[in-house]
Each structure stands twice: as C-alpha cells, then as structure tokens.
Design a protein around this ligand. Sequence first.
Ligand SMILES: [Zn+2]
Length: 489
Amino acid sequence: MKRLDIVITFLLSLLLTIGVGYNGNQILVVTSCLFLALILLSSKRWLKWGLIFPIGLIATLYFQSGYIYGHPNIGIIASLLETNKRESIEFLLAIPATVWLLNAILLVAFSYYLVRIKFVFQWHKSAILLGIGCFYFSSLSVFINHIYISSVHYIAQMKAIQKSIHQRADWTILSAKPKYKNYVLIVGESMRKDYMSAYGYPINTTPFLAQTPAILVNGYLSAASHTAVSLPRTLAISHGLDLHPVNNIITLANAAKMKTIWLSNQGFIGKYDTAVSAIAVHATEKQFLKKGNFLTNNTSDYALLPLFKQALAQPYKGSKLIVVHIMGSHENFCDRIKKDIYGFKDKDLSCYLSTYNQTDSIIKTIVNDLKATQESYSLFYFSDHGLNNVSTVKGQTQLVHGDLYKQNYEVPLIEIASDIKQHIKVNKKISAFDFMSIFSHWIGVKTAQLPAFSIYQAPQEKSIQVLSGNQMVPFSRLKNDPDEIIKRH
Ligand SMILES: [Zn+2]
C-alpha cells in the first residue's frame, strides 16, 4: 500500500498548493518541497498533529478563496473579515462545482494522510530535520508568511482608520472658491473600463456615457484591487501602503464650508466596508441602505435615487457635495440587477454586462435631476477597481477580484458638468493616488497639505505604481487577462 500512500501524499501536496493560491511557474518547486516534507514528517505523531494539522486545516478552509482569488493579500484578508453574512453566502453560491469537488477530495486526502500515512525512516533524526527544512520552502510555509504579512498590514490599516473616526482633520485652507453649486461623486464598484461602450466596447453597455458631453479619462488607474484597500487610498491622502484617513474628501469639503451628504448602498461599520464608512462618518448627513447583515437586505442601487433627489432638494446657501456609493457591478452580478438584458448563454457574463447598463442609467437619472435644478453642477464617476477574467482556469468567462492583471486597475474616470459641452476623451495615465489633488482642484480649494490640480494638469508620471498584493508595483509590469468568451443562444 506504500505506493498508494505516495500517490495520495502527492495529490494532497498538489491540492494544498493550488488551494493556497499558487499556480505560477514555481508551483512544481513548492509542491515538491511540501510533498517531501509530508513524507519525511509523517512518522512523528506530534509533528503531524502539532504542525501539519493546524496549518493544513487553515489551507483546506482557504481552498475556495485561494483557488479563485489567489494567495492571501491585504485585500483578501479585508474582504474575508469585513464581509457580511449575505456576501459570504453569495460567494459560496458562486463557486463552480468543480472547486467544491476538489475541496472535498482535498479534505478526504488530508484526513487519510493524518490518520493512515506513516513512513518510517531508520535515520529518523536526519529525516525530521530534512523534513522541517523542506516544509520551510513549501507552499504551506509561503502561505503562512503571506497571511502574516497581510494581517500586519491589515491591522495597521484598521488601527489608522479607527483612530481617524474620532480625529479632527488638520486642513490648512488657503482659499476656497467652489465653482459649482452642486457637486456629485458617484463611486462605482468592480467596473472595468474596457467593457464600457463609452471606452469603445462593441456591445452598447453604457449608452448614456458613450454619448453625453463629458470628459472621459482613458488611463485612470485605481489605487488597489479591492474596495477596502483601494477607497481609503483614493478618497483620503495616501502614497502607497500609508494611510491618512482623516485627511479625506469629506473633511476637506467640510473645511471649505460645503454641505456633505453621503448616500450608500454598501454596508456600514463592522459589516462590509469599514474602511470606507470611516470616511463617510465625517459627512454632515449620511444614509446607508444596508444596515444589517440580513439575507433579505439586497437593496438595488435604484433605491438610492429618491434619497439623492431629496438631498438635492434640501435648501443650502453654499455648495453641496453628494457622494453616492453604489453596489454597481459587485459579485454576484445577477443579484445586482432587475433584468438580464443580454440573455447570453453565459449567465454570469450576461448579468455582469447588464450591471453596466444599470449604472449607466443611474448616472443618467442623476444628471437629469441635476439639470432640472437649473443650478450649476459637476459630477465625477469612477470605479473603485476592476476585475480580471480567469477563463483560462475555468473554461468560461469568470470575472473575479485579483491583483495580478492590468484589468484589475483599469477603470473609468468621467466628469460631467453643466459647462462641459463636448464629449472629450483624455488619453493620459492618472493614478487614483492623485485623486485627492484632483478633488481639491475640483471643489476649488487650496490647502497647505496637498497640491491641487485638474485632470489636464495631473503629472505625467513615467511609471505609475499600484498596490498589488502587499506591495507597490509598477503598473506596466502587470499582464493582460484573456478576452471574454461570448456565446449567444
Ligand atoms: Zn470593490
């Protein structure tokens, strides 16, 4: 039976390696190291149960996340910890059957290994030393290291954010002359630039944005690849891993005597997006449609529209900033929309593209409301990050969060304003880390802390960096994901 034991141990090593998110070019090395370690350490019960069991169990539980999203990073850690019950159930339902099956096989192989497999070596002390050495270079050890680094970053981020809730911003305002009466910032979710007809996609997914007078930045890059990591670095001062959450768009607008209103269809503190709520908390008025974590609480973005109308109608003699944070194109796509308007064979892709039309129509309604007031207005729309297609692993289009592809960062940045009369595309690479400066210029505020510049004045950086995994990497070094596969009925 020793041959069977070897086969099972190898299968276990391979599944554990895939499950902790490694399928790159080093997969053979880290798998082989794990395989040797599992064989060499199998003779000692205390090593099996004291070392391999706890780490293997975490890896087994992580399998589905790892298979779909890759190895642990600050974004995944934040999403796992801040996701509410509804989100977790949506996530589990979206997992393909093959992944469940592989996870089940892993569980069986792991149990079999723990209970039945035992290789005894005569030179057992050297075997154990060699086994521990191999374990150190194995995929499980890399996995633990990634969890450790990500958690350290996550804890630092959470501490900074929690502290900021009770802090006062220290903006030194040099001048404040808002140009428009009404400012609207729509924060989108998981929308890639290249699937928008406004940016040239052949299917008309964004008919309004493709036509309306607007400035469309072609080359805007999100700061990071997950909401909880990206938005605190876009809507507040940040240069990379660092965070200054109290110096954010809301405290800046408040300092400029604007009325600030935050409307959100994403969750509040402790639930879904703590990092973003900590910015929202500074607004004069805030309304969150998702307060609890109940399964029934799947509110449509359309429910924000009446709240927006009310916010707009409130009398205020200065300028107003209304932030509208939508669920947009968040997974699971079919839950976001009222109707799948494409009806492709691939339901998921069909729903994903339909969410684009929904967001497009929401922006259109908001612009019409703004026009109806006959007051001057300006609106910015961007998406917090993109998604990447993992069709090469899955055999069909599947768009997921990730941080290894250009498409995880290539998002729209669009301005529509009462004095913009043409449809203009600006081909320029602009980093979301510069959004605070663009925002400051937009609302006509000069501060001592932050340079203010327009989209046109934004510095032309040679190598824009994005936060990928746990570190800043040059955007140009990321790869492109495969094209989507559209099968019509
Ligand atoms: Zn997001």
